[in-house]
Design a protein around this ligand. Structure first.
Ligand SMILES: Cc1cc2nc3c(=O)[nH]c(=O)nc-3n(C[C@H](O)[C@H](O)[C@H](O)COP(=O)(O)OP(=O)(O)OC[C@H]3O[C@@H](n4cnc5c(N)ncnc54)[C@H](O)[C@@H]3O)c2cc1C
Length: 352
């Protein structure tokens, strides 16, 4: 084990493993603290149909095994345990310390990729039927519910977004919300209301998801909040859209976050407010939340970490790191403002 790691990656979803792959290929020998639940959210799903490169689709756990294998192939080292604490340096070149229980790891750079958990309703049948009708992502799973009766739980913009997207596939979408008023913006509400196959049902809560004889979701039991009356509706798909919880508690008080806990990064980069600390994936992104976007920012974080290690005078440049221009040059506007300039091949780092 190196005394001071070049880079420690915390988290092992598409963002963490992609960062591991890129930093491993840049000879940085990354150490990945992948958590008990390695592989991230896609371990909870069945078929992934929208990750480019798999025309026939691929099962989520199988895909994450591929991500993991590919990172390991180039030398990423994995610890299948939780990071329990971090002490992040505040000055350029300062060491960062990451703890796994009592064990301390030191690093010159850290990539945070702990993801965001979907908030759950915590009602009967929810866990058991997850992936068998109960979902947390319409963009991911709506296509499995063509011509089906579905419901969406939630009252914010995300719930409306989910309902509108779902209404393009499902025969019927019932939006169930616990209050009479919606938190969603009026424009989103109007869009939802204007779809003929979306019905808004308030003030109701889901009490239970009920499975059918085939083991998949068949019905949802709902309760009217004011009267207590219950009723069951037939549904094949239920989408829970009551928010997300970014897993940023580990870095609370050290790395800047927004009020919801999403880690803030600088401009288009993955740089946090701490020098040498980068963040990627759903931990940062409350908008797109897709495997391919998480992998994309994992790649960005790896390159940002590489450039930090190479170009920060206070940090000894790791051996074998590809050479290139100062990192700032990558982000600077092209010379001759407003004009397209042909890239100068000699000044472009080689990153094939
Ligand atoms: C049911 C479901 C189906 C989905 N289907 C699709 C789909 O079909 N297509 C698609 O593009 N997207 C899909 N998504 C969304 C996609 O899974 C996420 O956008 C993506 O996984 C985010 O990647 P990430 O690397 O940022 O985080 P995650 O995948 O959430 O991974 C974060 C990892 O960090 C680990 N971690 C957290 N805290 C610590 C700690 N303290 N120490 C160590 N490790 C830690 C976690 O255990 C986890 O392994 C789906 C999501 C769900 C829930």
């Amino acid at each position: 084990m190196a005394e001071v790691e070049n880079v420690i990656i915390v988290g092992s979803g598409p963002a963490g493993y992609t960062a591991a792959l890129y930093t491993a290929r840049a000879n940085l020998e990354p150490l990945v603290i992948e958590g008990f639940m390695w592989g991230g959210l896609l371990q909870q799903t069945t078929e992934v149909e929208n990750y480019p490169g798999f025309p026939g689709g691929i099962m989520g756990p199988e895909m994450m095994q591929h991500f993991r294998d590919q990172a390991e192939r180039f030398g990423a080292r994995l610890i299948t345990d939780q990071a329990t604490a971090v002490h992040l340096g505040t000055e350029p070149g300062a060491e960062h310390r990451v703890f796994v229980g009592d064990r301390e790891y030191r690093a010159r750079s850290v990539i945070l990729a702990m993801g965001a958990e979907h908030k759950k309703l915590c009602v009967g049948g929810e866990e058991e039927l997850a992936g068998r009708g109960v979902s947390y992502c319409a963009t991911c799973d709506a296509a499995f519910f063509k011509g089906s009766r579905t419901l969406v739980v939630g009252g914010g913009d995300s719930a409306m977004e989910e309902a509108i997207f779902l209404s393009k596939f499902a025969s019927a979408v019932t939006v169930v919300h616990r209050r009479a008023e919606f938190r969603a913006s009026s424009i989103m509400l109007e869009r939802a209301r204007s779809r003929p196959n979306i019905e808004l049902l308030t003030p109701y809560v889901v009490e239970e998801f009920v499975r059918g004889d085939d083991g998949a979701l068949a019905r949802a039991r709902l309760r009217q909040v004011e009267t207590g009356e219950t009723r069951e509706i037939e549904v094949q798909g239920a989408f829970v859209a009551v928010g997300h919880e970014p897993q940023s508690a580990l870095v609370e008080g050290q790395v800047d976050t927004d009020p919801e806990g999403y880690v803030l990064t600088e401009g288009k980069s993955t740089r946090t407010n701490r020098p040498g600390v980068f963040a990627a994936g759903d931990l940062v992104d409350f908008t797109y939340r897709q495997a391919v976007t998480a992998a994309g920012t994992g790649c960005q974080a790896a390159l940002d970490a590489e450039w930090y290690l190479r170009d920060t005078p206070e940090v000894p440049t790791p051996e074998g790191l590809p050479e290139g221009d100062l990192a700032e040059a990558q982000w600077a506007p092209p010379a001759g403002a407003g004009q397209l300039v042909a890239p100068d091949a000699a000044s472009q780092p080689s990153r094939s």
